[in-house]
Write a protein that binds this ligand. Structure first.
Ligand code: GLU
Length: 304
């Protein structure tokens, strides 16, 4: 964990990467504000990427709604918005490199087959290895998987400290191209963040579990490892994460200042009373001055 902010301003690149499955809600606004503040405090760049690699989940118009909300909350971005759906060529090239280097193998298994036999780890089903050494006779490849090395992957999280993940035992061989032909989120992420030159990933703690597979992919592709800061999650009083999956309400853009005060409190910053009704730009300027990742709450935060 850190005590001060030391990155060279000219090299910091952060990003916010919402999936366009619905409007911004309080949980995603926490990730947006946290990553924006960290980037601005470092004098760095902040990119926005629409994570729509999974077309089956993208909701038409959700990207525009999200961008409007970011604007309403004063969260200005640098450069053009990047869309994953325009980047299949880059993902295909990365997949080919993984295949050529022996890191990826074709898999014939269906989810239903795996459900019957697979163990469950912290990130879901752990692949039992059926196609690892070749497709079973008479079966055709559906998807591609990344071989999980028999090693412990270690990385530092700026809030949560040293993380150790036993790749084979806890994650297993994971999907990088799906049975329906779409590239998987981990592969897209690893390639996109590298192409954007992202130095710092700041996102919700629900994605801590995604970090090890994404790092394994970067290592295998010879891409740099960004720093990570996983933010506390906003959870409902019932104890569930505020997300689109739990039908968290959309943030009301007309209440941007009030939303920001709530989000800043989740990020450990209590805005002074006299700023309560201030416009977003003023609240954010105060927050940049006071941003202190070392003071982030250790646990998740309940909001009404
Ligand atoms: N698109 C992912 C999501 O909305 C976030 C990706 C990331 O920040 O790494 O959950």
């Amino acid at each position: 964990m850190e005590s001060e902010i030391t990155t060279d301003a000219s090299t910091y690149v952060g990003r916010f990467a919402p999936s366009p499955t619905g409007p911004l809600h309080l949980g995603s606004l926490v990730a947006a504000v946290g990553s924006w503040l960290d980037a601005r405090r470092h004098g760095g760049r902040w990119a926005v990427r629409i994570d729509d690699v999974d077309r089956t989940r993208a909701v038409t118009g959700a990207d525009a709604t999200i961008l409007r909300s970011l604007e309403a909350h004063g969260l200005t971005w640098d450069g053009p918005v990047v869309y994953q759906r325009e980047r299949d060529e880059q993902y295909a090239a990365a997949l080919q490199r993984l295949i050529d280097a022996g890191h990826a193998f074709p898999c014939a298994c269906t989810r239903r087959e795996l459900r019957a036999v697979a163990r469950h780890g912290p990130a879901g089903m752990i692949y039992p290895g059926t196609c690892r050494d070749g497709l079973p006779p008479g079966r055709e490849a559906r998807s591609w998987r990344m071989r999980a090395a028999d090693m412990t992957l270690e990385f530092e999280d700026r809030r949560l400290g040293r993380q150790r993940v036993a790749m084979a035992a806890e994650i297993g061989d994971f999907i990088i191209r799906r049975g329906d032909g779409l590239f998987a989120y981990h592969l897209a992420m690893a390639v996109d963040d590298a192409d954007l030159g992202v130095t710092d990933i700041v996102r919700g703690a629900d994605l801590l579990i995604a970090t090890a597979p994404q790092m394994a992919l970067r290592d295998a592709l010879g891409l740099h490892r960004p720093r990570h800061l996983h933010l506390p999650l906003a959870i409902s009083t019932a104890g569930t994460k505020l997300s689109k999956q739990t039908a968290a309400p959309a943030v009301d853009d007309a209440q941007a200042s009030r939303n920001l005060v709530t989000v800043l409190a989740i990020l450990g910053l209590s805005a002074p009373k006299e700023l309560a009704g201030a416009p977003p730009g003023e609240l954010l300027a105060w927050a940049v001055d006071h941003w202190a990742p070392a003071a982030l709450p250790e646990g998740d935060i309940r909001v009404a």
